[in-house]
Design a protein around this ligand. Structure first.
Ligand SMILES: [Zn+2]
Length: 443
């Protein structure tokens, strides 16, 4: 919607109305009332060890049984009805991409929500969700927002990569309003050095209680305050971050300059694990969200391997995330919740590109949307005005038309003056650990 011609050409007050209406529709569809039974259940279980463990066992057993019965990939393994989790093979993204349909339950009826991600490793992935999956995800996120102090009527700021301000617009305001939910959306794409003070002043003027942000978007504001030895002029309850790695240094800087606690959420597109900060700053593995195995990789690191509880349409079992955690010595948390504690997440490296105005763009997740035939990409920027795209693609599908769409997408996020060069390659260069970086900025 935000990139369509009608929205772009509308005056700002009309954009505010369009945004408000769209967000109201989302709110109605997605928002769960606090008396909804599932929301009540997950709140009740978080401090009740026995009930939590019963719930988790019930979900795991049901997930394994449904998969054996209705999902082709698991059916063909011919596992015994009593087979426990250990009998199931590990999965990787490569397995899903090799035969995506074999993970789809054959008996599904009802709404299917299709999602696609380019992934941080540059290999796209599609996962369909049923309605239960969408609603429960929302319930867990809403619970975390409550942990962060959110109450009905609180005002929120949102800086999470939404294209709500056309890139062609070079003058403030770089924000739009969602009237029905007291939320102000800020553009992550206009965070140029000259605009940072405007963002901070606008948040304070609006009387924001909670900021929900990509780490990269809030860090740049915290760094601006730090450089000028200033503090956020308003009074915040908390800042909620997710979707990118948050370093401990950055967290400390944000907490100092904004004078509030940061509640970080680690999740992923595959929805096989969620790890969230409580008000005492501990990271808890949410064991009612999914089943998590931690596989020892040496050097104090454990890989997160997860089994999804809430999407019987596309159940992922023992999925290797490639992300790592460092375990904590603490057995319990002052918050009283009974979830395991981990010390910190050694997640994915945040790669970025630089836009035409010098703005740093971390969120490259949308660039490959709507482009057919792409299997993996890497963006390389050796010059300020040029992006080279290394693409592993199906040669027939990824034709001139698709390349044109990709070029337009990149320009939409990085600026129309960018020169884009696409180079089709057999495989992408790897780092020392065998990983592929999604973006390399050499300027
Ligand atoms: Zn805690």
């Amino acid at each position: 919607m935000y990139s369509n011609v009608l929205y772009k050409k509308s005056p700002i007050f009309v954009q505010n109305i369009l945004l408000s209406t769209k967000e109201l529709a989302r709110k109605i569809i997605r928002e769960r009332r606090s008396d909804d039974p599932f929301t009540q259940l997950i709140f009740k279980n978080e401090k009740a060890e026995k009930e939590l463990s019963e719930y988790v066992n019930e979900r795991l057993t049901a997930t394994l049984a449904e998969s054996r019965k209705d999902v082709p990939f698991y059916k063909q393994l011919g596992l015994d009805n009593s087979a426990n989790l250990a009998a199931f093979p590990y999965l990787t993204k490569m397995d899903l991409n090799a035969d995506p349909d074999s993970f789809k339950a054959s008996n599904h009826k009802g709404i299917v929500v299709n999602g696609t991600t380019s992934g941080t490793m540059g290999m796209p992935l599609s996962i369909p969700q049923n309605l239960t999956s969408v609603l429960r995800e929302q319930a867990f996120l809403a619970r975390h927002l409550k942990w962060a102090g959110f109450e009905k009527g609180d005002k929120r700021a949102w800086i999470r990569g939404d294209l709500i301000v056309p890139l062609e617009q070079k003058q403030a305001p770089f924000w739009r309003y969602s009237y029905f939910e007291d939320r102000i959306f800020f553009s992550s794409y206009h965070l140029t050095s000259s605009a940072l003070s405007l963002y901070i002043d606008k948040m304070a003027d609006f009387g924001v209680d909670i900021i929900q942000a990509y780490p990269s978007s809030i860090v740049i504001l915290a760094k601006y305050l730090d450089v000028h030895d200033k503090y956020y002029p308003g009074k915040l309850k908390s800042i909620v971050t997710s979707s990118e790695k948050l370093s401990e240094d950055d967290r400390a800087l944000i907490e100092k300059r904004f004078n509030c606690t940061v509640f970080d959420w680690y999740g992923m597109f595959e929805r096989v694990a969620a790890i969230a900060n409580c008000e005492h700053g501990r990271y808890h593995i949410l064991t009612d969200y999914s089943h998590v195995e931690l596989s020892d990789c040496g050097d104090g690191l454990h890989e997160i391997i997860g089994t999804n509880f809430n999407n019987s349409l596309y159940p992922l079992i023992r999925y290797r995330t490639g992300d790592h955690v460092v375990l904590s010595d603490e057995q319990s948390c002052p918050c009283g919740r009974v979830y395991p504690i981990i010390d910190h997440i050694k997640g994915r490296v945040a790669d970025y590109l630089t836009g035409e105005d010098g703005q740093i763009i971390y969120s490259l997740y949308h660039i490959e949307k709507g482009v057919d035939g792409l299997m993996a990409t890497q963006f390389v920027q050796d010059f300020a005005n040029e992006i080279k795209v290394l693409a592993v693609a199906d040669e027939q599908m990824f034709d001139g038309k698709q390349q044109g769409i990709l070029i337009e997408n990149i320009k939409q996020y990085l600026g129309q003056s960018m020169n884009i060069v696409i180079e089709c390659v057999d495989c992408l260069p790897k780092t020392k650990n065998g990983k592929v970086r999604h973006a390399i900025c050499n300027i």
